[in-house]
Design a protein around this ligand. Structure first.
Ligand SMILES: *Cc1c(COP(=O)(O)O)cnc(C)c1O
Length: 339
């Protein structure tokens, strides 16, 4: 038996794409599949999103783009991060779109100029000219998920800075803005997290009509009774006050179930149960209310167990948790449902 199984439901992904396209109307949906599709598998996700009407793919690096180019000839692939000299040559050969954040526009490759309207990271303060290579103008919002007023001010700055260049493709919105800030839509929206059915707002994704794509299942590999005063795991961080049944799940932080997720809830045989003690590299413990058979299914993510809840416990964001799930065959079995 595998230690755990990760299921990617491309049907759910397609429904999320439809939902975003309905919200976006005439604005094109560009699927953001950097970080191996936020840990979901970039090629599977890209294929499903394009099949459902996404019009381009966005990644962070030229390396990520080259892997996709092999599978998807003829599709616009935008590299959103900075590229070096050698990467620019590779991008030209592979017909990629590059993001440029300063005055030095490379020749012979399609370019999107990035304007810094408040993110305070990459980008030009304004545009003075647009050489022939420039096909798009973009900006990135710092607070679309948390401070709509600041996001609106960024959109206004972008509108003012790009007014004279409305023949170019203008794009600003990420998932949060696509869902809740219509004035940010322009010509295209670069959506990542929402494709995966995860909430950019850290809420239940159902609130925005989204459905999680990733499920993570394991099982009880060991069930034991702790007597009062006995403990489980490193540091004895869980000490039984009374006789307590404990289940051991063969998944730990090396699989991407982080150490700071102690205290979160998973489902054991369909019932919510608390993760207790120290999560170790290859195992975690759950508190049970009775003896259960070894092999009882444990849902770590999915079927109502929300990554957003784990993220709150770990004081991070859903993005970081899904990117950290280890999908290599040496740790988990990965199954793609394509219904
Ligand atoms: C990652 C990224 C996005 C996608 O953001 P989500 O919140 O996942 O939708 C959009 N634009 C840029 C520049 C990005 O780096």
């Amino acid at each position: 038996m595998h230690r755990s199984e990760i299921t990617i439901d491309l049907g759910a992904l397609r429904r999320n794409v439809r939902r975003l396209r309905a919200v976006l109307g005439r604005t094109a949906l560009w699927a953001v599949v950097k970080g191996d599709g936020y840990g979901h598998g970039a090629i599977d996700v890209a294929g499903a999103a394009l099949g459902e009407g996404a019009q381009a793919l966005c990644v962070a690096t030229v390396g990520e783009a080259l892997l996709l180019r092999r599978e998807f000839p003829g599709v616009r692939i935008l590299v959103m991060g900075p590229s070096s000299g050698r990467e620019i040559a590779q991008a030209r050969d592979a017909d990629l779109d590059l993001t440029v954040t300063d005055e030095a526009v490379p020749e012979g490759v399609r370019v999107h100029l990035k304007i810094d309207t408040g993110m305070g990271r990459w980008g030009l303060p304004e545009i003075s000219a647009s050489p022939a290579e420039v096909v798009g103008l973009m900006s990135h919002l710092a607070t679309a998920d948390s401070d709509p007023d600041f996001a609106r001010a960024q959109v206004e700055r972008f509108t003012a800075a790009t007014e004279d260049f409305s023949h170019l493709i203008r794009h600003v919105a990420n998932s949060a803005a696509a869902l809740r800030l219509p004035e940010s839509h322009f010509d295209a929206a670069r959506c990542g997290i929402a494709l995966y059915g995860l909430s950019p707002f850290g809420e239940d994704p159902a609130a925005d009509g989204l459905e999680p794509v990733l499920r993570w299942d394991s099982h009880l590999a060991q069930v034991r009774r702790l007597e009062p005063g006995e403990s489980t795991g490193y540091g004895r961080r869980f000490l039984a006050e009374q006789a307590t049944w404990i289940g051991i799940v063969p998944v730990g932080y090396s699989d991407g179930f982080r150490r700071d997720m102690t205290g979160t809830e998973v489902r054991v045989g369909g019932e919510p149960r608390r993760v207790v003690g120290t999560v170790s590299m290859d195992a975690l413990a759950v508190e049970l209310d009775r003896e259960l058979p070894v092999g009882t299914p444990v849902t770590l993510v999915g079927h109502g167990v929300l990554v957003e809840h784990h993220a709150r416990v770990a004081e991070t964001i859903n993005y970081e948790l899904v990117c950290g799930i280890e999908t290599s065959p040496s740790r988990a079995r990965r199954v793609v449902l394509d219904a």
